[in-house]
Design a protein around this ligand. Sequence first.
Ligand code: BG6
Ligand code: MG
Length: 222
Amino acid sequence: MKKVGFIFDLDGVIVDTAKYHFLAWHKLAKELGFEFTKEQNELFKGVSRKRCLEILLDIGNVNATQEQFDTWMVEKNVDYLAYIEKMDASEILPDVPRVLKYLQKKNIPIALGSASKNAKPILEKVDLLPYFDSIVDGNNVTKAKPDPEVFLIAAKNLNVDPSSCVVFEDAVAGIQAANAAGMVSIGIGDAEILNEADYNFTDFTGISDDFLESLINKEHKG
Ligand code: BG6
Ligand code: MG
């Protein structure tokens, strides 16, 4: 049997931080004189902070100098971090700890593959950091999802062949990145939106031990 690795996205897979990203972007938009909606926030899933601000300014038809752009990036993150500060383990999405515990018990290497630059403090806040053998986040990558870079670095850090990695993702760009890396992609969320995934689940409550076992034992892509 080949050695397998499991890679988890953070926002929307392990914790529902999209609501905090939304509140911080919404406040900035308001200050700049326009409304930012929850529907528009969907476009921000899996997208880097810098790209999110570019999209936000497009939505509001706002032109920014480099200095303003940098100031707003910092401002949004300061507001976001104020929400993160209050997070605890109660915000972990259903059954995530069960799945992490199952994999850890089987000595399966586990990595985080996230676009966020705040991944480590969030995992610390919700007490999940000890499960991860490697954290690859927005601080370690040069190319954003759907580029496979983040997941390929994670596979390398875990010392597992990319074709033997399984990725859990809630964003279309993340599923595309996993597929481009030749990994097994598992969509967490709306199956219609994540229709490029190899498997789909609404959340981790649908992921049984038997299914995990089948992934561990399966011959992977490639
Ligand atoms: C992704 C989120 O995980 O991280 C995006 O889905 C977010 O919405 C991106 O913009 C960057 O996060 P951060 O924490 O570095 O601003
Ligand atoms: Mg996500």
